[in-house]
Ligand binder design. Structure first.
Ligand code: B12
Ligand code: SF4
Length: 562
């Protein structure tokens, strides 16, 4: 019996990778090599990764197995159709088929939902006996002990940057709303015995490998043991870890000592509101700069995952995020457009809110807008994303992020050159015209006169006076968010306002109202102290509308143009 396992390519004008890019940055998934290893030895099994070689549709095989993420689904279905037309049955598994088994079943003979370990052999038996079932789903997650080593020998190793991939854990202790991992693995986080991992690593040729875990430090004790045992092997490795690792100096140090040279870290967003919305509040924005520094101090390269299009992202997000990457010398910024993947809580939410634009899965690629963003139009989001991708890999930005005294300097430059090749193919984007204004409206204005401040206590503002030096902040902070759909700018003020601060605020607002923004809503509730001159000025300009309640809000301040 002969089985052909296929990883479909993704055809796209600028997302699919050339052979050269694959050779520079790509490593093969462990999916099919794992499946091949699970296949009984008397069966001839071969692998085609369509990203590196064409599929031979004329091949005489008995059974075809195809995998695929959501974006690969249409191509996977096409491949299945071609084989089925020749009378060759097709089985499909992987993230997409597991999320939408009924849809997949319309295109293939059998669908494997979830992990294959506990069902693949049984499926083959059924096939041999002519009684293939439509669906296979294991009763429980598989044991992580004694998993066979993936059949890396079946890959065309020279076509990839490396084929040295190892999985040490499955799942993730977190449950971010947009992520498919927890949906797929449930709330489990399972670890392979360290002995077995070490044995697998020892067998790899060369000194570099990738741990394809979703979060290699999800279990501290396990990671500690793994890294300790890796140390003597003197390998270099890359992997993914959540931000929590950056708050664990001891484990981070051990990771570096065990050979970690690069980490993909899901930073996701610079807005705490966004992070809270997607159940990722364990990423703490105020610690980001420190976190990046901690990783760099160990000479570990940061590949930062950053998402655009979350519900609190306005037009300023693109520039703000890129500058963050430059300031923190993030070696490889990896920008994604928010993508509601079927099966995730995000998908359910977007669908119930009627925000999905369509279900053309090939467009669910992380680089195409497939939903209605809250604070921007689809076009602004797409163009801003394109701008950020291109701009991040302009020579200017590469220079800011990479050129500083550091070891492994050349690796950093070479990786950037490879990413630049991909970025250059991105269609033209633009920086939204309001971006600069939004940066100015998200700023800190220092105070000049700290005397004669009136504490804002709610009901009666003039009753309590205090010296600014005692209790009030010596800055005025502006937090602004623009809703393009209703052309309204929301500005939250925090700290204290003296006359100069009030003047600066008025000046900035003038600039704002001269452009397409039609309405400004100011929220003074977090302003702790005002000088009487500031109050006079703000009132004259119609910015302060003191009402019975505790909020001072100005809507379209009438005096602002004077
Ligand atoms: C490594 C990896 C990558 C690498 C790919 C490596 C490379 N080529 O350079 C990189 C970082 C580039 C990458 C990119 C992307 N990835 Co990725 N990636 C992974 C990761 C971490 C591991 C994949 C792997 O090898 N798994 C190990 C194998 C053993 O597990 P498996 O694939 O699930 O297979 C098992 C079962 O599913 C089943 N099975 C699978 N296929 C089949 C087929 C048959 C016939 C059968 C019987 C069974 C079966 O059997 C296997 C054994 O149990 C997974 C997460 C994960 N845990 O799997 C995400 C994951 C697959 N990626 C994901 C995504 C979204 C992407 C991107 C689209 C991100 C983006 N927006 O750009 C891109 C797309 C890139 C592309 N063009 O292909 C999602 C997929 C979600 C979905 N529903 O589509 C995942 C699940 C991560 C997530 N956070 O949600 N990825
Ligand atoms: S931390 Fe990463 S892998 Fe874990 S659920 Fe969140 S996005 Fe997914």
């Amino acid at each position: 019996m002969r089985i052909r396992l296929i990883d479909p390519a993704y055809e796209h004008p600028y997302i699919s990778h050339s052979q050269k890019v694959i050779k520079n940055i790509w490593f093969a998934h462990l999916t099919l090599t794992t499946l091949a290893a699970l296949t009984p030895q008397d069966i001839e099994v071969k692998i085609t990764d369509e990203n590196v070689e064409p599929i031979d549709f004329e091949e005489d095989v008995d059974l075809v197995g195809v995998t695929g993420m959501v974006m690969h689904a249409p191509r996977a279905y096409q491949i299945a159709q071609k084989f089925r037309q020749k009378g060759i049955p097709v089985v499909m598994g992987g993230p997409h088929a597991s999320s939408l088994p009924l849809e997949a079943k319309e295109h293939v003979d059998a669908v494997v939902i979830g992990e294959a370990e506990n069902v693949w052999e049984g499926l083959i038996e059924d096939f041999k006996n002519g009684c293939l079932k439509p669906f296979y789903k294991a009763d429980s997650f598989c044991s992580m002990e004694k998993l066979p080593f993936p059949r890396l020998d079946l890959l065309r190793k020279d076509e990839y940057m490396t084929i040295n991939c190892v999985q040490t854990t499955r799942g993730c202790p977190h449950q971010c709303d947009f992520c498919h991992v927890t949906h797929f693995f449930g709330k489990t986080y399972r670890c392979r015995p360290v002995d077995e991992v070490i044995e697998e690593v020892k067998r790899l040729e060369g000194d570099f490998l990738v741990f394809i875990d979703d979060n290699i430090t999800g279990n501290r004790r396990y990671a500690n043991e793994l890294f300790t045992r890796l140390k003597p092997l003197k390998k270099k490795w890359a992997s993914q870890a959540s931000m929590t690792l950056t708050r664990d100096p001891e484990l981070l140090k051990l990771a570096a000592e065990s050979g970690c040279v690069s980490l993909f870290i899901g930073v996701e967003s610079l807005s705490s509101e966004n992070l809270k919305d997607v159940n990722k509040a364990f990423n703490q924005v105020h610690q980001f700069e420190e976190a990046m520094k901690a990783v760099h101090d160990h000479d570990i390269m940061v590949v930062a995952g950053l998402i655009f299009g979350l519900d609190h992202d306005d037009e300023g997000v693109f520039e703000r995020t890129l500058r963050f990457c430059e300031r923190n010398r993030i070696e490889l910024p990896s920008f994604f457009l928010l993508t509601p993947l079927p099966g995730t809580p995000l998908f359910q939410r977007m669908e119930s809110e009627g925000r999905l634009l369509h279900k053309e899965w090939a467009q669910y690629n992380g680089a195409t807008v497939v939903f209605k963003p809250k604070l921007m139009t689809e076009e602004t989001l797409q163009r801003g994303f394109n701008w950020a991708c291109k701009e991040a890999y302009s020579w200017g930005s590469i220079f800011k992020r990479v050129f500083h005294p550091q070891q492994r300097f050349f690796t950093r430059v070479l990786s950037n050159v490879a990413y630049r090749r991909i970025a250059q193919r991105t269609p033209e984007g633009y920086l939204p015209s309001l971006s600069r204004i939004l940066q100015r409206m998200n700023d800190t204005i220092p105070l000049q006169n700290t005397r004669d401040m009136i504490h804002q206590v709610g009901e009666k503002i003039a009753e309590k006076k205090l010296l600014i030096g005692q209790r009030a902040a010596d800055t005025l902070k502006l937090y602004s968010i623009y809703n393009e759909r209703i052309k309204t700018l929301f500005v939250r003020l925090e700290g204290s306002i003296d006359r100069e601060g009030a003047k600066e605020l008025v000046k900035r607002l003038k600039g704002v109202l001269n452009v397409e923004i039609q309405k400004v809503i100011l929220d003074f509730k977090d302003v702790r102290a005002f000088s009487s001159e500031a109050i006079a000025l703000l009132s004259r300009k119609g910015l302060l509308q003191t009402e019975e309640g505790k909020l001072w809000i100005a809507v379209n301040p009438p005096g602002i143009h004077d």
